[in-house]
Design a protein around this ligand. Structure first.
Ligand SMILES: [Fe+2]
Length: 277
C-alpha cells in the first residue's frame, strides 16, 4: 500500500513518515468486518503529538464546544496521554450510542462513508499528522476522527443525527442529491455552530479538532441554518471555513436538519436546489 501525499504535505519529504503512513493504511486493508480492528503500533513521538494536541483542545473545548459535545466527551473519557486504538474507541462508544469505528485506508466513497452511518458505523483513518506541525493537518487524521467525531458520537442526540444523515445518503439515488446531503453534513456535523447560553459554540468535528480554527469561528460569516443554502454552498477543504451556519439550539438543528435527512429524497432535494438559485 502506497499512500499518496501532496508535495505541500508536511510529511511529503520525510521517508520515515511516509513508511508509517503506508504501514498504517495496510492495517485497514487487512481489516475484516466482525473482527477486532488491527492495532497500530504508534511511536512515542506519535503518542506525544496526541498528548499535546488533546491537552490544548480540551482547554478550548470548555470555552467553545456545546454542552452536549462536552457531555459526550465526559461519557467517552478518551485518554489524554496516548493515542487510543480504534478498537478501544469502538468498545467505549458502542455501549453509549451503538456506534462502532471501522478503519479506512484512505478516502472512502461518499455513498459508503455516509451510508453506513445508518448502521452505526463510522469510517476512520488511523494515522496521525506529521510531528513538524502538531497543530495542523491537511487531511483528517486520528485526532480529527476521534477527538472531533467520537466525542459527538458519544452523545445520543448527535449520534441520532449522524444516523439520519446515513439514512438520507442511502435513500437518495442521484449523485447530485447525494452531494447535497453530504454538503449539509459538512456544514453541520463537520463545521456546525450553535447559539448556546448567549454565545456561539461549535459542535462540528472539523472545528473542534482544529487548534487554529476553533479560535477563529466566531469571527466568520455566520448565517442562519438553512438546508437549501447549506446543500448548495461551495466550500474549500484546504482553508478555514469562512461561511458557517448557526443553529439556535440543538432542538432547532434536529428540527431543521434532522427532519430534512429523515424525509429527503431526490425530488425534495431538486426543489430545494431550485429555491436556492
Ligand atoms: Fe470529519
Amino acid at each position: 500500500m502506497v499512500v499518496e501525499l501532496a508535495s505541500s504535505h508536511p510529511g511529503f519529504a520525510d521517508p520515515v513518515y511516509r513508511a508509517r503512513r503506508n504501514d498504517i493504511a495496510a492495517l485497514a486493508l487487512n481489516y475484516r468486518p466482525g473482527t477486532p480492528i488491527p492495532a497500530a503500533e504508534y511511536t512515542a513521538q506519535e503518542h506525544e503529538i496526541w498528548a499535546v494536541v488533546s491537552r490544548e483542545l480540551a482547554v478550548k473545548h470548555d470555552r467553545y464546544a456545546t454542552a452536549e459535545y462536552l457531555e459526550g466527551a465526559a461519557r467517552l473519557g478518551l485518554p489524554r496521554d496516548r493515542i487510543p486504538q480504534l478498537e478501544e474507541v469502538s468498545r467505549a462508544l458502542e455501549p453509549l450510542t451503538g456506534f462502532r469505528y471501522v478503519p479506512a485506508a484512505g478516502l472512502v466513497p461518499l455513498r459508503d462513508f455516509y451510508g453506513v452511518l445508518a448502521d452505526g458505523l463510522f469510517h476512520s483513518t488511523q494515522y496521525i499528522r506529521h510531528h513538524s506541525v502538531p497543530f495542523y493537518t491537511p487531511e483528517p487524521d486520528v485526532i480529527h476522527e476521534v477527538i472531533g467525531h467520537a466525542n459527538a458520537l458519544a452523545h445520543d442526540r448527535y449520534a441520532a443525527l449522524y444516523r439520519l444523515a446515513g439514512a438520507a445518503a442511502r435513500r437518495v439515488e442521484s449523485e447530485e442529491a447525494l452531494e447535497f446531503v453530504s454538503k449539509v453534513f459538512w456544514f453541520t456535523l463537520e463545521f456546525g455552530v450553535m447559539r448556546e447560553r448567549g454565545e456561539l459554540r461549535a459542535y462540528g468535528a472539523g472545528i473542534l479538532s482544529s487548534y487554529g480554527e476553533i479560535e477563529e469561528f466566531r469571527g466568520m460569516d455566520i448565517r442562519p441554518l438553512d438546508v437549501a443554502a447549506m446543500g448548495t454552498t461551495h466550500y474549500d477543504i484546504t482553508k478555514y471555513q469562512d461561511v458557517l451556519f448557526q443553529a439556535d439550539s440543538l432542538q432547532h438543528l434536529e428540527e431543521v436538519v434532522g427532519d430534512f435527512w429523515a424525509t429527503c429524497d431526490d425530488d425534495s432535494i431538486a426543489k430545494l436546489v431550485a429555491t436556492a438559485v
